[in-house]
Design a protein around this ligand. Sequence first.
Ligand SMILES: [Zn+2]
Length: 335
Amino acid sequence: MSENRIRYECEMIQDLLPLYQDNVCSSSSKKIVEEHVTDCENCRKMLQLLRSTAYEEVLEKEKNAVLDTHVKKEKRRSMTIGLTMAGILMIPVIVCLICNLAIGHALDWFFIVLASLLLVASITVLPLLVYEKRALWTILGFMGSLILLLLVCCIYCKGNWFLLAAVPTILGLSIVFMPYIIYQVYLPKALKNKKGLLVMIWDTLWLYAVIFVCGLYSTHTDYWRVSLQITTFSILLPWAIFLCIRYVPVHPMTRAGLVTMVTGVFVSVVNEITNGIVDGNIHIRMLDADFSRWDTIEVVNGNVMLIILLSALGIGICFISIGVVLSKRKRAKSL
Ligand SMILES: [Zn+2]
C-alpha cells in the first residue's frame, strides 16, 4: 500500500518537475516538490538531469546566437568594404568619363578604362559582395570581364583580332579553373560522376576552337590538314592518360605502369610523327639506334630515343607487376 502511494507521489512530482524547473508552478507545488526531492533520490536525479539538459540547451542557443551575430557582422563589414572599394573605383571612371567627353567629344577610350576597372572589381569588390560560392563567382566574373576588356580594346583599335585573343584565353583559363568550377556548378544526376570526362571534353572543344579561329586568320594552304592532324595526335596522350586513370578497373599501381608505358611510347615518337605530318615523311629515329656506335648525330638521337622507350617500358612493367601482386594479395585477404 505504502509502496503504491510512493509511486503515485513520484509520478505526480515528475509531472511537476518541468514546471518547477521553469519556475511557473504555484508556491505550494514548489514546496511539495522541494520536500519530495530531498527524500526521494529518484526524483532528485530526474530534476538534476532536467537542469543539466536545460543548461545545455541554453548554452547551445547562446552559442548559435553569438555565431549568428558574428556572421551578420562579418557580412555587413565585407559589404561596407566592398561598397567603399567600388566607390573608390568609381572615381577614375567618372574622371575618365569627363576627360573623354571634354577632349574627344565622344566616348571611346573611356570604355577601355571602364572594362579594366571592371576586371579589377571582379577580383576585389565581387568576393566581398557575394557570400555563397564566392570563389566560383570571382573566377566567372574575372573571366567575363577579361573577355570584355579584350572586346573593348579590339573595337577601340578597329581590329579584327578579338576571337584570336579571346578563344585561346578561354582555353587557358578553362584548363586552370574548369576542374574547380565543375565541382561548384549544379550538375544533373546523370553527369554527377562524369566531372573528369566533362572537363576533358570541354577543354578538347576549346582546343579545336583555337585551331579553328587560327585557321580563319591563316593564309597557309596546308593549314587545316597539318593543324588538325597534329592537334588530334597530340591530345591522344592526355586522353589516353585520363581514360586509363579514370576507367581502367585495376590496381592504382597497374594503372601507373600503363600510364608510364603509354607516355614512353608517345614521347619517343611524338617529334617524328609531328614532323612527318608537316612534311609528309615520317622517319622514326629509333630505327637508327645502334648501341655499339655513338659517332653520328642520327645514331645518338636514335640511341637516346630507344633508351627513353626501354626505360619507360621497364618502369611500366615493374609498376604493373607490383600492382598485380598487390591486388592478388588484397583479393586473397578479402576471401
Ligand atoms: Zn519521488
